[in-house]
Write a protein that binds this ligand. Structure first.
Ligand code: SF4
Ligand code: SF4
Length: 424
């Protein structure tokens, strides 16, 4: 069973865009929060099933209109997120089909995995096969399954989904046999290895070393567990907390952003967490296709990270659509900047920079959906447009540049993380 072939514009067109056009002409991305309903109980998330919030879902016609806008305005990547995006499976499958018929090439979505377990145990094989086959027939390119901890009991307790880890392990061979390779999606948190990693005290390099080591071990244990379960691909979500972002007076739009201690890190802690990840990933790059770029982690782990980071493309060519009003925002964080009901206006604005003059150089947070591609494209664009400064003026940090080349080589070796291709 194979997904249908979607036409994509040629790579040379993207390279010309990088060289000559403004950033808003780069291939766009829209993250659509189709619902804030969820059946998980993650304490670090404002959309957990116990949260007393107004529950909404976007009407299917609103999503279809957004998809038509995307197709007409060069938005090539669409992610469906939630809440739990697969809470209504037939509806999301029909939206994916609709997007595929519009020729949108990069379609992504994911789940907390609730459908893989039932009554505290792994779901039956028939149920798993039915779900997997419905996904395989759709044009979905990348499918992620969230996991918070290397420790099964901790993960299932946090999510409130007993039996889910067994269910995922049972489902993975069913996916692989049909040509879809799900990625494990780790949202960085303090329970990554089980027991909560305590916050870093005020002082002391000894403390720092212990904190760093705890996260190195945690990431190592997590990736080992992912390989043991049968995953072949992985992605890491950077902490989504208020403290991880310079939000000022803004209210985040995205309900997953939280101030829970599990995902709240000081700047000093964050630098160490990113360093631990930077030091752990290389050992696992052969056994898992790990999307997270080392060049970005290096930048984030440095004291002068702001100088090393390139402007985020949120609100310029990457956008977020909120389930509460069906409106577009620059991202999940900048909830005060309602950009209306369509990506079309912003994508076609003259000059394409940021017509309202609203922070075209935002570096306020680490939302990986926007930060990782912004940084990868930012470095490439800089090199193409300023070759002399790059090579002779040494305008780019040399280690970051070396890691960037290693990332590109790795991305190519991984077939650009096509979730329809087996690992090589
Ligand atoms: S993190 Fe995901 S699964 Fe957990 S409560 Fe939030 S939306 Fe639901
Ligand atoms: S850095 Fe990007 S994702 Fe973060 S607040 Fe700014 S525009 Fe939004």
């Amino acid at each position: 069973m194979r997904k249908r072939k979607i036409r994509r514009r040629p790579l040379i067109a993207d390279l010309c865009t990088l060289m000559f056009a403004g950033p808003s002409r780069l291939p766009g991305q829209l993250v659509i929060q189709i619902t804030n309903h969820c059946n998980g109980s993650c304490p670090q998330c404002g959309m957990r099933r116990e949260a007393e919030i107004e529950r909404v879902k976007l009407p299917a016609e609103t999503v279809r209109k957004a998809l038509r806008d995307c197709a007409e305005n060069g938005v090539e990547a669409v992610s469906f997120t939630g809440g739990e995006p697969f809470i209504n499976i037939p509806e999301i499958i029909s939206l994916l089909d609709y997007a595929g018929n519009l020729n949108i090439p990069y379609l992504r979505s994911g789940t907390n995995g609730y459908m893989f377990s039932s009554g505290g145990k792994a779901a039956g094989l028939d149920k798993l096969i039915r779900f997997v086959e419905s996904l395989v027939k759709s044009p979905l390119r990348n499918f992620w399954i969230s996991m918070d901890s290397a420790d099964t009991a901790t993960h299932e307790r946090l999510r409130g989904l007993p039996g889910v880890i067994d269910g995922i392990s049972k489902a993975l061979p069913v996916f692989h046999a049909r040509g879809l390779y799900p990625a494990v999606n780790l949202g960085i948190n303090r329970c990554i290895a089980g027991a909560m990693i305590p916050p870093l005290g005020e002082a002391g390099s000894e403390d720092e070393e212990a904190f760093l080591e705890n996260f190195r071990r945690g990431f190592g244990a997590f990736f080992t567990k992912a390989v043991d379960m049968g995953f072949t691909m992985a992605n890491v979500c950077y902490p989504m907390s208020f403290e991880s972002a310079d939000l000022g007076t803004e209210k985040p739009a995205y309900g997953a952003i939280s101030d829970d201690i599990m995902v709240r890190f000081s700047r000093r802690e964050l630098r160490l967490v990113f360093r631990a990840l930077l030091e752990t990933i290389p050992a696992f790059r052969k056994s898992l296709r790990i999307f997270t770029p080392l060049s970005t982690l290096y930048a984030l782990s440095r004291e002068n990270s702001r100088d090393l980071l390139f402007p985020c493309l949120g609100g310029i060519c990457y956008f977020y659509m909120d389930s509460r009003d069906g409106h577009i925002y620059p991202c999940g964080y900048r909830g005060d900047e309602d950009m209306g009901a369509s990506v079309a206006e912003r994508r076609t604005a003259p000059g394409g920079q940021d017509p309202a003059g609203l922070r075209p150089y935002c570096k306020k947070c680490h939302w990986e959906c926007f930060m990782d591609p912004s940084q990868l494209f930012g470095i490439l664009r800089y090199m193409i447009r300023h070759p002399c400064k790059t090579w002779f003026g040494k305008a780019l940090d040399r280690r970051m540049l070396r890691l960037w080349f290693a990332d590109v080589k790795y991305y190519l070796a991984c077939g650009l993380f096509d979730g329809r291709k087996p690992p090589d």
